[in-house]
Design a protein around this ligand. Sequence first.
Ligand SMILES: [Mg+2]
Length: 231
Amino acid sequence: MNGKYKHIFFDLDHTLWDFEKNTAEAIEEIYAMFNFEQWTFTLQDFMEYFREVNIYLWDKFNHGLIDRDELRDTRFNIILQKLGVPEKAIPDNIGEKYLEIAPVKPHVIPHTHEILGYLKGKYHLHIISNGFDDVQHIKLRSSNIHHYFEKIITSDSSGYRKPHKGIFEFAMKEAGANPDNTLMIGDNIETDIIGAQNTGIDHIFFNYGDTVHDLDITFEIHCLSELRNIL
Ligand SMILES: [Mg+2]
């Protein structure tokens, strides 16, 4: 146990909720549901474009260049147009269907349950996510990790997006925490790590993809099980 920290804030997507695995399953279901084999692209193509466009749009969202509705409304239009589907043939309800299917997927990053069980009771655990209230709460329940957390802070509930210090300050206020007894854990350098640094909060970079960087980081892990060595 690390006596310095009382509050631990986790990012959700890619840090605990296995975004890659869950969305891959959802995309496969969407491909079958809308009979996309009628077009010339494969499931693999659909998956690749989804990943690419989703990263592009989330980056724009994190930088405040688009809002939630624009992200959701344009995502599949961009993907399918890139894949050569005429605009009028793009199903109206595809974005809605994706939001029904993906958040109920249960997969978590390896060691999630074990490490949250270990930390619960020793620290106050919370979530800070740039995701949206409607789906993030569903993800926490469908992956059965909601009961570990006291405060769930999203871009919706705080009115700010990581890396803006507004979301971290809002979260600490909600939790009754301060920068000296708080630790942020996340997989994204730009949002989780830079955001924590700008707010004066110690941080753990979950570097599962072995990203090379030259940042001065409080702690770095490559697997969630390594949290036992720090906390
Ligand atoms: Mg993340």
